[in-house]
Ligand binder design. Structure first.
Ligand SMILES: [Zn+2]
Length: 678
């Protein structure tokens, strides 16, 4: 029986249905492979057929404001290999034996790398020019065809290395890490802009993973070079600032180092900024330069937290034998940009701010008169002027130029707590400046109501701590017409096509009027304004620095002659022994002493066993500590930015602990703090 048409139709439909379902399944399957796992599969195929190598993007340059290159990248070679190529065409034993002496690597180590089951291995990064040339010769068949053949599978890859041609501004520029990423300074804050994007070259390979000789197809995923950063810094000014700071540190033996900043007050642009001692920007991990200061100056290499002073190296420790932890601490300290990361008591420089606020509030005018008897009674305290015998009668302008404390205490009193804090805040001293650098510290100031004594001492810059960059920004506002500017260190971002971004001067707020600013300029002009700002003054040991005298070498001199040389230096003499000729002296020649300190001259061999016990000075006033040390045959020195000129100051620290045995005439440094009013 023939199937009915109807049945045929049914069957056909059934068949079609099956085909459709099968087709659908097939389509889905194809779609699955194509769409869902497509990338993965084509990647696998590609990896089987192609090898790839990275093209490092060139990191952007850093320029000074005049176009001098402060940081640039140079290409260096990385030696890589394809172990599959070596296995197929090269000779791993020959490669390892020949490379070891050139790269200063262990032969077995190289052998291990180049025989790995891999298609890409780095043999050595950042070859020197000599190493690059030597390897090129090994690969050159004109030099030696046999060796060149053995080197099949060994290739160069471009990498880039950072250079700082002027070797200046380490704390501003910072440095980059092994992979060219920024780790400090502008290199870190502008890492995204400077970095660029790496590209890659892909080369066709056989299924075994060896590079196909005849196939030149290379796919280039283009790299994009980093943008350039133009700073507001002027390299010449930066150079001189660094030079002067270095001299200041060395000549004055500033154990805490020094920091300086030069700003255009009109625009807030930073022209120079430096901290000394510093580090070699081209060798940022090298602590030798910094350690040299430590040894020469007795510089404190411990970190500033003071959490664990015993764990940090003392300058006398052998610098070649430091623990990793000690080295890390030294590095952290030497990388520290004091201008933005360290707070300090501004002292007299702050008087500029107090004077400007007082003029603006009309609690004083240029001709107002004051009388300084050498102190001022505030609440129950007698707070001294640096000039103990008093400045006598003076006008406001004279008082400012005399830097007379009682005048400023009076201004503080007239302003009162609310106005004082209003200006303290308006001048930006309660907030970070947000300069484009990392590590900016917050200021430390009275958050609660200040007592009369707090206001008095604050009016001449004591009792709170700010950063140098905050101070220079505030002083700029005083003299630039009255506007507080945002400090700027970056001028523009650019690439080969031109400028991408410009940083315009930014006014934060008006703090004082044009008129007050004009008056302040008249009072300060440069009376040596720089003397007020005094870069080297900021970190001197004492607000009113003592005159230091270098002890002359009087050994072998006739006693009378020796006495005269010491007394000529305004130092006191004590003689030990009955001889006529000086055979030894303490302290040793070259030591810096305050005037009025004592030098002991020995006319007989020193009894080396003779020592003096260091007394406990804690809690003593300045006069009392000095007297106690004199009585013990020791010399006295004020250290730290303390409150030594305030009569209520008391000793909180001494450079050599009480109870220690020291040679006579040893200088004991004493740190003072003011009694807090609470
Ligand atoms: Zn005075």
């Amino acid at each position: 029986m023939k199937p009915s048409l109807n049945e045929i139709k049914k069957k056909t439909i059934f068949m079609v249905c099956i085909v459709v379902v099968l087709l659908a399944l097939l389509v889905l399957r194809v779609a699955y492979w194509q769409i869902i796992r497509g990338d993965e599969l084509s990647g696998k195929a590609k990896a089987q057929q192609q090898g790839s190598s990275i093209v490092t993007a060139s990191r952007g340059d850093i320029y000074d404001r005049n176009g001098k290159v402060l940081a640039e990248s140079a290409t260096v070679n990385t030696l890589i290999c394809n172990p599959k190529d070596i296995e197929a065409d090269g000779d791993s034993e020959v490669i390892a034996a020949r490379l070891a002496p050139v790269l200063n690597m262990d032969q077995n180590e190289i052998l291990k790398i180049i025989t790995k089951n891999s298609r890409y291995q780095v043999i050595k990064k950042r070859l020197t020019n000599e190493q690059t040339e030597a390897v090129k010769k090994l690969r050159d068949s004109d030099v030696d065809a046999t060796i060149a053949k053995a080197f099949k599978g060994v290739y160069f890859e471009n990498d880039s290395k950072r250079y700082y041609p002027f070797n200046v501004a380490p704390h501003i520029l910072g440095f980059t890490g092994y992979d060219n990423n920024g780790l400090q300074g502008i290199e870190l804050t502008f890492d995204d802009e400077l970095m660029g994007r790496n590209g890659s070259i892909e080369t066709n390979q056989s299924a075994k993973g060896t590079t196909l000789k005849d196939q030149q197809n290379e796919y280039l995923n283009s790299s994009q070079n980093g943008d350039d950063v133009v700073l507001t810094i002027d390299e010449t000014i930066q150079h001189f600032l660094e030079k002067h700071l270095e001299e200041a540190v060395t000549e004055n033996k500033l154990k805490e180092g020094a920091a300086g900043i030069i700003m255009n007050p009109k625009t807030g642009e930073i022209l120079a900024m430096a901290t000394k001692p510093d580090f070699d920007v081209n060798n940022p991990y090298d602590i030798d330069q910094f350690e040299k200061y430590a040894i020469d100056l007795g510089y404190d290499t411990s970190d500033d937290t003071g959490d664990d002073p015993d764990a940090t190296p003392k300058p006398t420790e052998d610098p070649n034998n430091l623990s990793d932890e000690a080295i890390a601490k030294i590095r952290n300290k030497m990388w520290r940009n004091k201008v933005i990361s360290d707070t300090y008591e501004p002292g007299s420089t702050f008087k500029i701010i107090t004077a400007a606020a007082a003029l603006e509030e009309h609690v004083v005018d240029l001709n107002s008169t004051f009388y300084c008897p050498g102190f001022k009674i505030v609440a129950d305290r007698k707070i001294g002027c640096a000039n103990k015998s008093g400045h006598g009668a003076q006008t406001f302008v004279e008082g400012v130029r005399n830097s007379c404390n009682p005048v400023f205490m009076e201004l503080g009193e007239r302003l009162g707590y609310e106005k004082f804090m209003e200006y303290f805040t308006a001048f930006g001293l309660t907030e970070k400046t947000n300069v484009e650098l990392v590590g900016e510290a917050s200021s430390i100031y009275y958050h609660n109501k200040m007592s009369e004594v707090d206001i008095a001492t604050s009016s001449f810059g004591q009792g709170f701590q700010i950063t140098p960059i905050q101070l220079v920004t505030a002083v700029s506002a005083v003299i630039n017409g009255g506007e507080r500017m945002k400090p700027q260190i970056v001028k523009e971002i650019r690439n080969s096509n031109g400028i991408l971004k410009t940083y315009e001067p930014e006014v934060i707020s008006r703090v004082i009027s044009e008129e007050t600013s004009q008056q302040m300029r008249e009072i300060l002009v440069i009376e040596d304004v720089l003397n007020y700002l005094g870069v080297e003054k900021q970190y001197t040991e004492n607000e009113e620095p003592d005159v230091k005298q270098e002890i002359p070498d009087v050994r072998t001199m006739d006693l009378t002659e020796a006495k005269k040389s010491v007394v000529d230096k305004k130092l006191n003499v004590q003689v030990r022994g009955d001889g006529d000729t000086v055979v030894d002296q303490l302290p040793k020649p070259g030591t810096m002493l305050n005037e009025d300190s004592t030098v002991i001259l020995y006319t007989e061999e020193i009894d080396k066993t003779h020592t003096v016990t260091v007394p406990n000075l804690k809690g003593m006033s300045v006069d009392n500590a000095k007297y106690t040390l004199e009585m013990s045959g020791l010399n006295f020195e004020i250290v730290g930015a303390g409150h030594s000129e305030v009569s209520s100051a008391y000793a909180v620290n001494q450079s050599i602990a009480a109870g220690e045995e020291v040679t006579p005439a040893t200088v004991i440094g004493v740190e003072f703090r003011q009694v807090t009013s609470d």
